[in-house]
Write a protein that binds this ligand. Structure first.
Ligand code: NAD
Ligand code: DAU
Length: 358
C-alpha cells in the first residue's frame, strides 16, 4: 500500500497527465499518485513515460463506471483525496454520439461518488476530516454569453447546450448533492479552455498546428468569431492544487485565463508563429490554409470566466501569458513528432474523415 496517496482518474488524458507530471515534479509533500484510466482513444500512457517507473506512481487500468474496481483501488491505496478528471471531453464527438458521454461523465461520476462515500464513511479521525473529492469540470455548464454579457461567476445559473456540457452539468449536480445530502467533502472546479503539451489533436489548437505543418486545410467553424477564454494547462493544474489544499469544502471555484480570443485570432497566432519557425513549409504564410467550414450545431458563442473568487480566497492567478504559452505549445508539438505519429494513426484518421471529410 502507498501511504499518503491521491487517486487521480483520467490521468492518461491531456490535463490529467500534465497534472500528474507537475505533481510528482513539484514533490507535493511526498504524496504518491494512483492513476485509474481505461485508456480510451484520448488516454495515452506515453504522456506519462517519464514517470512510469517512479516508485510514487501506480497505474491501474480501469473504468470509473466499474464500482468493484473503484472499491478495490480505494481499499488498496487508501488515498487522502480523489482528483476526478476522467471524462469524455470533446463537444463534436458528443454531437455525433452522446452515449459514451452519459455513461462516463454521468454514470461514471455517480459510481465514483458512491464508492467514495462508502470509503469515506469508514474513515476515522484526521483521515476522515482531511479527505477531499475534487471534481474537475468546465465553464461550458454555464451556457453561452453575448459579446456584452458579464463573465460567468460561480452563481451563474447552469444552461448547458451540448450533450457534453449537459453531461458535465449533471455530474456537477451529483457532486453538489453528495456534499449537501451525505456531507462528502467535495470541491468542484469549473475551468475554461486549456491548451498545452499532450492535448489530443481533435481540439482546435493542436489540430491547427498539425494541419498547418502538414499543409492541410485548417477548419474554422462558422464565421470564426466564437470566443473562448484560453488557459495554459500548467496554470490549470496549479489552480487545482490550490483548491485541493486550501479550497472550502462544498464550494465551487471558477478558473480561467483572463484571455478571451476569437477562434480566428487563435488560428492566426499559430500560423504566424509557424511562419517564423517553419518558413520553408509547403504553404507559407500558413494562414492561407484557413478554410471556413460548416458551423458546429448549437455552437456556444462566447465563454468568459470571472476568477475573482479563487483569486481572493486562494491567491491563484494564471502565471503564463498567452504569448509565452502558445509559443511553448507550438515548440512542444514541433519537438514531439513521435508522440504525434502515435496518436494520429487509424482511429484518428477515421474521426477526421467523419468530422471534416478531409
Ligand atoms: P481528455 O479527453 O484528454 O482525457 C480524458 C481521460 O479520461 C482519458 O485518459 C481517458 O482514457 C479517460 N477516460 C475516459 N472515460 C473513462 C472511463 N470511463 N474510465 C476511466 N477513464 C476514462 O480530457 P481532458 O481535456 O484532459 O479533460 C479532463 C477533464 O477536464 C474532463 O473532465 C473535462 O471535462 C475537464 N475540462 C477540460 C478542459 C479542456 O479544455 N480540455 C477545460 C475544462 C475542464
Ligand atoms: O471551455 C472548456 C471546454 O473547452 C472543455 O470543457 C472541453 O473539454 C474542451 O474540449 C473545450 O471545448 P471547446 O468546444 O471550446 O474546444 P474545441 O477545441 O473543440 O473548440 C474550440 C473552439 O474552436 C470552438 O469555438 C469550436 C472551434 N473549432 C474547433 C475545432 C475542433 C473550430 O473552429 N474548428 C475545429 O476544427
Amino acid at each position: 500500500m502507498l501511504r499518503n496517496s491521491i487517486l487521480v482518474t483520467g490521468g492518461a488524458g491531456f490535463i490529467g497527465s500534465n497534472f500528474i507530471l507537475n505533481w510528482l515534479r513539484a514533490g507535493s509533500g511526498g504524496d504518491a499518485i494512483v492513476n485509474v484510466d481505461n485508456l480510451t482513444y484520448a488516454g495515452n500512457l506515453e504522456n506519462l513515460e517519464k514517470i512510469s517507473s517512479d516508485p510514487r506512481y501506480t497505474f491501474a487500468k480501469g473504468d470509473i463506471v466499474d464500482r468493484r474496481l473503484i472499491a478495490e483501488v480505494l481499499a488498496q491505496h487508501a488515498p487522502r483525496a480523489i482528483v476526478h478528471f476522467a471524462a469524455e471531453s470533446h463537444v463534436d464527438r458528443s454531437i455525433h454520439g452522446p452515449d459514451d458521454f452519459i455513461r462516463t461523465n454521468v454514470n461514471g461520476t455517480f459510481s465514483l461518488l458512491e464508492e467514495s462515500r462508502a470509503y469515506w464513511n469508514e474513515l476515522e479521525g484526521e483521515k476522515k476530516r482531511d479527505f477531499r473529492f475534487l471534481h474537475v469540470s468546465t465553464d461550458e455548464v454555464y451556457g453561452s454569453l453575448t459579446a456584452d454579457d458579464p463573465a460567468f461567476t460561480e452563481t451563474t445559473a447552469y444552461a448547458p447546450n451540448s450533450p457534453y456540457s449537459a453531461s458535465k452539468a449533471a455530474s456537477d449536480h451529483l457532486v453538489r448533492a453528495y456534499h449537501h445530502t451525505y456531507g462528502l467533502p467535495t470541491l468542484t472546479t469549473n475551468c475554461s479552455n486549456n491548451y498545452g503539451p499532450f492535448q489530443f489533436p481533435e481540439k482546435l489548437i493542436p489540430l491547427t498546428i498539425l494541419n498547418a505543418l502538414a499543409g492541410k486545410p485548417i477548419p474554422v467553424y462558422g464565421d470564426g468569431k466564437n470566443v473562448r477564454d484560453w488557459l495554459y494547462v500548467e496554470d490549470h493544474c496549479e489552480a487545482i492544487c490550490a483548491v485541493l489544499h486550501h479550497g472550502r469544502i462544498g464550494e465551487t471555484y471558477n478558473i480561467g485565463g483572463m484571455n478571451e480570443k476569437t477562434n480566428l485570432e487563435i488560428v492566426d497566432s499559430i500560423c504566424s508563429a509557424l511562419d517564423t519557425m517553419r518558413p520553408n513549409d509547403s504553404v507559407v504564410p500558413h494562414s492561407h490554409l484557413i478554410k471556413f467550414v460548416a458551423d458546429r450545431p448549437g455552437h456556444d458563442r462566447r465563454y468568459a470566466m470571472d476568477i475573482g473568487k479563487i483569486k481572493a480566497e486562494l491567491g491563484w492567478t494564471p502565471r503564463h501569458s498567452f504569448e509565452t504559452g502558445i509559443r511553448e505549445t507550438v515548440e512542444w508539438y514541433l519537438a514531439n513528432s513521435a508522440w504525434i505519429a502515435g496518436v494520429t494513426s487509424g482511429s484518428y484518421r477515421q474521426w477526421m474523415a467523419k468530422q471534416y471529410s478531409l
